[in-house]
Structure formats: C-alpha cells, structure tokens
Design a protein around this ligand. Structure first.
Ligand code: ZN
Length: 328
C-alpha cells in the first residue's frame, strides 16, 4: 500500500438528487440559479429517465449537481441517513443580491442569511428550496477562485454561483460516520459548534458537514432529496486503489462502472448515505463540443442501438426556448 491510498479524495465531484418534472428542473437550475446544463442524457441504469447534469461552463468536477427526474415519485422526507443540504459557494458580497433575486422569483427561502459555526470559522448562509423541495444553501465563501458560469444574462458574473461548497449529512450517530470519513477516507475533522466539518483538501468545494440529530426521524429518500454524493479521484489508478482499500476494510463496493463522463464506484457510509468516487476524466466534452453541451440528448455507445425507443419514452425538453435535440 502506498501513501497515495491514505490521501483523501480531492473534493466533491458531484451531487445527484431526485426531481420530478424534468422541464421545471431545467428551468429552475439554468434560469434561477444560473448554472449551465452541461449534459442531457439518461440514467444508465434506467434509460427511460433523464439524467440532467448542471455545472460551470465545462461541468468541472466540484461544480456539478445532477438529477434523476422521476415524474411520479412522491415527495421525500428530510431526516437521518440522508444528505439533507447541498451547498453552493457564492462571493460574500453577493448574499443580499441572491436573497432579493430568490424572493423576487417566488422561490421558497427557508432561512435568510444567518451565521453558523462549522469547522473553525463562522460562515454566512442563505437557504432555499428548489421546486421539488430540495434544500440548497448558498454559502458566502471568500477566496473561491472558481469562475462559475457567466452565460445567464440576468446573473451578473460577479454574483455567479462558483461551484459546490459542501454537503450536509444528517446522522443519528456522528461517531461511526466520522470514523469512516477520517479513517478510511482520510478526511480531516475540523469540528464546529453547529455541525462537524470534515475537510478533504484546501481548495473550494472540498468539505463535508455532519449534523448529528439523535431525535430526528429517519429520512425518506424520494423526490426533493439527495440520491448520492460523489467524491473526486484524480485518475483511474487512484480510484482502483481506493476500491481495494475499501474492500479490504470489509465494505461492499461496486465494480468500477463506466459512466461515460467519468468512471465510478459506489458504497455506503455507516449512516446509510450512498457515496460514490468518480474520476475527473474524461469530462463532458468527450461526446459533444464545449459550446454545444446539454443541447443534444447524448447516449453512451451501449445505449445507442435503442436510441429510438429511448427518445420515444422521454418527454420533450427545452433549453433557453429551444428544443433539446433528440427530445421532441
Ligand atoms: Zn453520481
């Protein structure tokens, strides 16, 4: 075993959540939050459902939020054993701007900007829900040098969402999860009065918070909740070493799966949250040019033979007033 296996993942890769109506999902994340739709594809394990990816201009790892829009799924319930918040990073001076924007667009703001203690510092956070009830935090983050996506006319570049900041897991017991994060996954425990923070790297988009809630009800994973959280592996060799190490520790880990834009392994943490480790490469421009991202229904080679049937099973989708090619 080399030292490499002891290092933490390089940060968050993506978060995947469950939505209902795909068009409403596209409209919300591209126009309200100002993210770029970087891939329109299907859930490879259930090709009659879209898999929609949002992120910065290129969909760089640590900026990506994705959705499975299952049209008839009931509303989930926040609680233990779930990722209960997905946080994006914004410049500190943009909090007020976002608060007025969200209120002006009738978005359900759960908490106006407030301070919370996570890790060694206080941070200012604004919390709202998306149309399916998914909880999103906007965290004032000084020093985040990521550029975000500046392709949305009414979100000025200086206020643009920079990328993921963190996720919050709600757990009945902090200890088993904490020991996996620090022991097996090599994260640094940074403590915190309101929530326990675990850091993967010094860069932005590389922390995970655990809120211990001994009395909270068990969460129900369904519409408006997070499906899984993915961490970054710089390359396939590192991912393979991670896999060996997790298997050696007695965890059930999937084989390495080809997700077309990255390869993935999946396993569960002790509180029940599904984790994934995904590679940074090859990225979203592997099957369409950067300028065209999201504008065509893309399928991996093994699903191309059934494209006609897949296209027929999907509802039409529009992006910026134009039909997404292959979805009409
Ligand atoms: Zn994933």
């Amino acid at each position: 075993m080399t030292d490499e296996t002891r290092t933490a993942p390089h940060g968050l890769h993506h978060v995947t959540a469950i939505a209902t109506d795909p068009q409403r999902n596209v409209d919300f994340y591209t126009t309200v939050l100002g993210l770029r739709l970087v891939k329109t594809t299907v859930n490879f394990d259930d090709p009659t459902t879209y898999h929609l990816y949002y992120g910065d201009e290129a969909g760089r790892p640590s900026t990506i939020l994705t959705f499975f829009p299952w049209r008839d799924v009931p509303r989930g319930r926040q609680g233990t054993g779930l990722t209960t918040a997905t946080a994006f990073s914004i410049p500190p001076e943009s909090l007020g701007w976002w608060q007025s924007r969200l209120s002006g667009l009738d978005v359900e703001v759960v908490d106006p900007p407030r301070d919370r203690a996570a890790g060694g510092d206080d941070e200012e956070v604004l919390t709202f829900r998306d149309p399916d009830g998914l909880v999103i935090d906007l965290v004032a983050s000084p020093g985040d040098t990521r550029s975000g996506w500046d392709g949305v006319a009414d979100v000025p570049t200086e206020h643009a969402v920079r990328g993921l900041h963190s996720v919050t897991l709600t757990e009945r017991d902090l200890d088993p999860t904490a020991s996996m994060l620090t022991g097996l996954l090599g994260m640094d425990a940074e403590g915190g009065a309101d929530r326990s923070r675990f850091a993967m790297a010094r860069e932005s988009g590389a922390v995970l918070d655990v809120a211990a809630a001994t009395d909270a009800p068990e969460g129900l994973q369904a519409g408006g909740t997070v499906h899984h959280v993915a961490f970054r592996a710089p390359d396939g060799a590192t991912q393979e070493r991670w896999r060996d190490q997790l298997v050696e520790a007695g965890l059930e880990v999937t084989p390495i799966l080809d997700r077309q834009y990255f390869t993935s392994i999946y396993f569960r943490e002790p509180g029940g949250v599904l984790f994934e480790i995904a590679t940074d490469q090859p990225g979203f421009d592997v099957d369409e040019p950067l300028l065209e991202l999201g504008r065509h229904l893309k399928l991996p080679p093994w699903l191309e033979p059934t494209r006609e049937q897949i296209e027929r099973s999907l509802p039409p989708l529009r992006l910026g007033g134009e039909p997404v090619d292959g979805t009409t």
